[in-house]
Design a protein around this ligand. Sequence first.
Ligand code: PLP
Length: 376
Amino acid sequence: MSSEKPIYVTQPFLPPLEEFIPYLEKIWKSKVLTNNGPFHRELEQAQCRYLGIDYISLFANGTLALVTALQALRITGEVITTPYSFVATSHALLWNGIKPVFVDIEPDSFNLDPALIEAAITPQTTAIMPVHCYGRPCNIKAIQHIADNYNLKVIYDASHAFGVRDDGGSILRHGDLSVLSFHATKVFNTFEGGAIVCPDAKTKIRIDHLKNFGYVDELTVVAPGINGKMSEFNAALGLLQLKYVDQVLAERQRIDSAYRVKLDGILGIRFLPLPEVQSGNYAYFPILVGPEYPLSRDELNERLRQHNIYPRRYFYPLISEFPMYRGFPSARHDNLPMALEIASQVLCLPIYSELEEQEQERIAHLVSSFVQKTSI
Ligand SMILES: *Cc1c(COP(=O)(O)O)cnc(C)c1O
């Protein structure tokens, strides 16, 4: 066992504590703790400015935002989605009594494969819920084309995609709605938090009702809404985090680039090319451990753990493998060959703004050292 300090797949960014104290003092003084308070309103405005979007509605977490996004558009029946994601993507469908229909992913982006969507559409299909996996944009044009042809809504699970921009601006402007997560493990965190990005004021008003029990005013309740509100504490954290987010993204970019150099040419190790975007967010650094590598993905994971390095197998198992999903016809293995293959090879290496150069060197050195040792 290594004596070196453990390196986890991610480490949340925390701004200097003393900078948070004034925010707390304001909360203590005003005694406004939640319910669309001043920090909540300020963070919504600040995020619209930072992200370059028109409307955002903050939530207590990303999962409640996903559940509410489906309700805001009155989605029912069947929704086409990816099995290669965090389980909350599909859970949001089950929470709404919607049947998930899994469609396989593309080999070069790990996102929903648009070429396979049409064959999965039935008269019950009402929406497509793709994920911008690892912050890499989906094939938005192709997905929108299908949605337009079949009159389907598109809700992007953009939990990984904070700050990602394409030629026209934020990728959150695409589809009918986009959902963000500000969980501790994400590139931008409010400890727990999330949001729905929407294109117009009317939709934002509906979302804001739904996240507040369906209340429109003191005496009017229009829907069986949930309590999805973000508190003033979390909103204040978000305001402070926003001051550091560019710095955090720049540091992630540096680490991403260094991995690409350090891991280049290791037999059997592949990684995705940089996405074709104006600016990415370097949220994850997935590698694929192929059959030419002397260890299996799980063996490599185990060896790294013995050296106090803790990568994660995002996303293994596939969502479609969990007991509440595996009975659906679309969960069958012959429907999802690519997702199964990627899930069996993927390993997300540690990436976060405070990962040190020597730590990254140690990780890359270990990954390459197993090749040399076993091939001699
Ligand atoms: C993190 C995540 C969620 C859930 O967000 P929470 O804020 O943890 O509820 C949903 N989908 C994806 C793809 C995620 O990575």
